[in-house]
Design a protein around this ligand. Structure first.
Ligand SMILES: [Zn+2]
Length: 278
């Protein structure tokens, strides 16, 4: 599948893919059935039964704003030049350069979401998107200061932004533009946010890590092992899915492989995932 784009009213959204990574079910979900529904093969589950996880950003074009939601892995964690280059190529395919980005939304401070906030140049970490405000909730920043786990984004993804005055600590319902707002979806991490886009009567949501994989839409009880607070993560997941269904909104999964956009339907057995295929 080629580069994915969507139109929501007057807003354009592009997927900026870095990588697709197969992961054994038990490594991501502690309580999933060992065999996932075969309807998820081959787009979301591979032939061996492994979960397919996309690492990707979404770029939202709204008027003169170019808002990048998350920045994927950076070079500290990902040594593969090929994968790092692929991210740059995916961004270039949208028609924009890093200098064009006016805001970066950090849904949360895990390294697969903020790694490319900065780039190493001549031994120094510098902002990858020098014209952007980097938006982060104050709750997430506080959590990151106290948290030392493996998933924690390294300091070089945050400190250079602070030094250059590019880091903006915001409320979890912060409005980024007239069309784009954050919504609080705590649980995966305490200050986690998703993104809501509304334009000319059309609505879309970008999930962040509120939902990692389409299998969780049919069964919101399935919890990702890295969720810091699984109870509130589940409540946030159910609320996001309910809102998406109520509003007939396009849901864009941050870790969903293509087709990564679709609708949440209401089946007899609970919510259903209806991928949007061109
Ligand atoms: Zn993630």
């Amino acid at each position: 599948m080629g580069v994915q784009h969507w139109t929501i009213g007057e807003v354009r959204i592009h997927a900026v893919l870095q990588a697709v990574i197969p992961i054994p079910v038990s490594r991501l979900f502690g309580n999933a059935p060992p065999h996932l529904p075969t309807t998820l093969v081959p787009d979301y589950v591979d032939a061996s039964g492994a979960i397919l996880m996309a690492i990707q950003s979404y770029l939202i074009e709204s008027g003169t704003a170019r808002v990048l939601v998350d920045t994927c892995f950076g070079s500290r964690f990902l040594r593969s030049r090929e994968i790092l280059d692929r991210y740059d190529e995916s961004l270039a395919a949208t028609g924009f350069t890093p200098d064009d980005i006016t805001a970066v939304v950090c849904t949360h401070l895990h390294r697969d979401h903020v790694g490319r906030n900065t780039t190493e140049r001549a031994g120094q970490w510098v902002p990858t998107f020098p014209a952007a405000d980097y938006l982060l909730t104050a709750a997430e920043y506080r959590h990151w200061c106290e948290f030392t786990g493996d998933d924690r984004a390294p300091a070089e993804c945050i400190a250079p932004l602070e030094q250059q005055g590019l880091l903006r600590l915001v409320a979890p319902d912060h409005r980024v533009t007239d069309d784009i707002a954050l919504i609080a979806t705590p649980g995966h991490t305490p200050g986690h946010v998703s993104v809501r886009i509304e334009s000319a009567g059309a609505v879309a949501y970008i999930s962040g890590d509120t939902v990692h994989h389409p299998v969780q839409i049919g069964d919101p009880e399935i919890a990702a092992l890295p969720d810091v607070d699984p109870v509130s993560a589940r409540a946030s997941r159910e609320q996001l899915l309910r809102r998406a269904a109520d509003e007939r909104a396009l849901l864009l999964g941050s870790h969903f492989t293509a087709p990564s956009g679709g609708f949440v339907g209401r089946g007899d057995g609970g919510p259903t995932w209806q991928p949007l295929v061109d």
